[in-house]
Ligand binder design. Structure first.
Ligand code: KG4
Ligand code: ZN
Length: 347
């Protein structure tokens, strides 16, 4: 096994630029990120060209910030890791090119990591304030829910991720964001819908729970969005405004019911003892609250990493990369980014 004690890692797959320094057992010594929500807000979604330009500007200062925060220098780093798939090609390219240039100049091994693998391992990260329970071990079910993915995996061990369900159309975060856009809320809609839902009535409006009763573990959210669109067309501007919280709470509940309904089905089907929520949507307060209740009902262990490790971050990429480099894996200089996962990434 290679002697890799500490790694410098990069995440630029979408609209967050993140650089982290991660040491043994996933201890996060620094995780410095630049978010671009404000840059994309006027467009109601991520604009790829703007995202890559901002990554280019942010990445080098973030490396300096990570070294400063951790008190480390290049002499302490034995390897590099970067997200090279899946994601926006132009965004991924910034991280990959930076990593490969550094690997060459600093003469360090580097490893390309699948972004989703990062999310799946995020609960195992540690820092001064967070550590998962000692008996929270493999295997566990992971529900990865974000703006780009809604996937359910059994994390069997490091590198063995069994995909057991995924969305057949929109991701859960996309469903939140599109609804926010329909309501004229600031981007990203998920955060706003969560906030407004707190004072709303969850059963005022009826939204579909697509595929919930079906005998599989896949998700679908495009029907929900269409049904919301139709409902909103029947409401005047005043009615929408007066019922904003109820609209949000009812819509949010439909998403949470489907996510946790399928999760419960999967846990029972595979007889698993523990699960994690990860990805940006796992920040949702209703989802967290109901996941906790579900775990109590069945006596399951649950882990929800702190928000900074649920949303896109380089620490989770660093952990996956550290473990892989330690196992002797490394990427070649001619490897580039890929917008999609590889077939071999999941079993
Ligand atoms: O993991 P992430 O930061 O980036 C992607 O890989 O997509 O997830 C971003 C997504 C957005 O769709 C955003 O609306 C959603 O996570 N999100 C939320 C909340 N916070 C972020 N959705 C619902 N409730 C929240 N509190
Ligand atoms: Zn993500």
């Amino acid at each position: 096994m290679a002697q890799i004690d500490r790694i410098l890692a990069f995440e630029t797959s979408c609209d967050d630029t993140s650089v982290a320094i991660v040491s043994h057992d996933g201890f996060v010594e620094a995780c410095c990120s630049a978010h671009q929500d404000l840059a994309h807000a006027p467009f109601g979604g991520v604009v790829p060209e703007i995202a890559s330009r901002n990554h280019t500007e942010a990445i080098l200062p973030l490396i300096e910030a990570a070294f400063e925060k951790s008190g480390r220098t290049w002499a302490d780093i034995q390897g590099l890791a970067v997200t090279n798939r899946p994601g926006l090609l132009g965004s991924l390219l910034v991280g990959v090119v930076t990593t490969k240039a550094l690997a060459l100049t600093k003469k360090l091994p580097w490893i390309a990591v699948n972004h989703i693998e990062g999310h799946l391992l995020a609960p195992l990260l540690q820092d001064q304030d967070y550590q998962v329970a000692k008996d929270f071990t493999f295997p566990y079910l992971a529900l990865a829910v974000s703006g780009g993915h809604t996937h359910m995996f059994i994390v069997e061990s490091l590198g063995r991720y069994r995909l057991i369900g995924k969305t057949v159309d929109d991701a859960a975060g996309e469903a939140f964001d599109k609804f926010g856009k329909l309501l004229g809320l600031p981007y990203p809609g998920g955060v706003q819908v969560d906030r407004l839902s707190k004072t709303g009535q969850i059963d005022k409006y009826k939204f579909p729970r697509s595929m919930l009763k079906e005998d599989n573990l896949d998700f679908s959210f495009s029907g929900l969005k269409t049904s919301a669109q139709r409902l909103l067309e029947t409401l005047s501007v005043e009615e929408r405004r007066a019922n904003l919280s109820d609209l949000c709470a009812s819509y949010q509940q439909a998403i949470v019911d489907v996510l946790l309904g399928k999760l419960e089905k999967a846990m029972l089907m595979y007889n698993l003892p523990r699960f994690v929520l990860t990805g940006g949507v796992s920040a949702n307060s209703k989802l967290r609250e109901q996941a906790e209740k579900l775990s109590q009902k069945h006596g399951w262990q649950v882990a929800v990493p702190p928000l900074k490790y649920c949303t896109d971050n380089a620490a989770m990429i660093g952990y996956a990369g550290l473990m892989r480099l330690k196992m002797g894996q490394a990427s070649r200089q001619d490897l580039g980014p890929s917008p999609a996962s590889l077939e071999s990434d999941f079993i």
